[in-house]
Design a protein around this ligand. Structure first.
Ligand code: PHB
Ligand code: FE
Length: 324
């Protein structure tokens, strides 16, 4: 067996294949995803599961922890990934029912990609706002491979500079209904003679107004380990993200309410209401989930330094950006 051999069963009565990864088993029916592992089992609504699975795949397991719900999720070790049940749930821990297994990233990535493709019907786009897509439920009905294999934008330097031409137009990305009032004019560039090819600017608000996905940060600028990852948000962030480093949020428009809980136990820590112009630093020891009533624009600012998780977990660096 090679590292990318995915273990799957023939379709069940509803038309969906089953999947196995280590001691974890996954199956879906018309409404639910059923999970089991050596010490327990769990049920998650198909829409919750597919929307979280879509992000975990698209973000290649992201920074730190991706909780699908209060029981199941993944922890990224950047080369390997833990898949867990109950590990960040105080009650499961106390009852010693939590379970975790470590997999080569290649294997879990391939398994998740096949599961996402098999379990997403033609009518459903897991990246879309609930008002802009059909339902995920029912017996197997086609597939939506184009949607679930969308790649998020990842600039090498900055959107709009040579080699990073991801500018959006009416033909490819119409303005979203919620952002009809966003001005679309381009900035004026006045470069010193001789520097015309090295100075670039674009209208980030116009760019974001044309995003066709929700809760999917794209990397629009890269400066060493500093990544600007703006995104458009509507309804609920489909995962509960557990940080392994500090993460900054700049609310670019409208409003998001964040539920912030302790990363390890799930105990509530705070509720943060961010209005346009607000800036917040999310500590390195929390988990959070955002709610956005109206489609809004958020800038997620990530520090991708590979050494950070270890510096934080060994206490050499604080979980706060500033200790007051
Ligand atoms: C986050 O967990 O920090 C996060 C993820 C996706 C978003 C916004 C924030 O769209
Ligand atoms: Fe986060």
């Amino acid at each position: 067996m090679t590292v990318t051999d995915v273990s799957a069963t023939a379709p069940n009565a509803q038309g969906y294949r089953g999947f196995k990864l280590g001691g974890f088993h996954f199956s879906r029916d018309e409404f639910f995803v059923h999970l089991s592992w050596p010490t327990g089992k769990h049920v998650i609504s198909a829409d919750t599961f597919l929307k979280a699975l879509q992000r975990d795949v698209a973000w290649d397991f992201f920074y730190g922890t991706v909780n699908f719900d209060h029981v199941f999720g993944t922890v990224n070790h950047y080369g390997t990934v833990d898949m867990f049940a109950g590990r960040f749930n105080d009650a499961y821990r106390k009852a010693e029912l939590d379970h975790s297994e470590n997999f080569d990233t290649l294997l879990i990535r391939e398994t998740f990609k096949e599961m996402l493709d098999d379990w997403t019907n033609a009518s459903f786009d897991p990246f879309a706002s609930p008002t802009e897509t059909g339902k995920p439920f029912g017996v197997k009905n086609g597939s939506n491979t184009a949607a679930v294999t969308r790649r998020r934008v990842a600039a090498n330097r900055m959107v709009g500079v040579p080699g990073d031409e991801q500018i959006r137009t009416d033909a490819t990305h119409p303005i979203n209904r919620m952002f009809a009032d966003v001005p679309q004019d381009d900035p004026d560039i006045h470069a010193e003679p001789g520097f015309e090819g090295e100075v670039a600017a674009y209208n980030l608000f116009a760019y974001l107004s044309r995003s066709d996905v929700t809760w999917n940060p794209s990397v629009v600028s890269v400066c060493k380990a500093s990544l600007y990852c703006p995104t458009t948000e509507e309804y609920i962030l489909p995962v509960v993200h557990g940080n392994d480093r500090v993460e900054w949020f700049v609310q670019l428009s409208d409003e998001i309410v964040w539920e912030v809980h302790d990363r390890d136990t799930g105990a509530p820590r705070s509720k943060v209401t961010m209005k346009a112009g607000d800036v917040a630093a999310m500590p390195g020891d929390i988990r959070h989930q955002g709610y956005s009533s109206k489609r809004s624009m958020l800038l997620v600012w990530e520090n991708a330094s590979p050494g950070l998780p270890e510096l934080i977990s060994t206490g050499q660096v604080s979980v706060y950006p500033v200790d007051f």
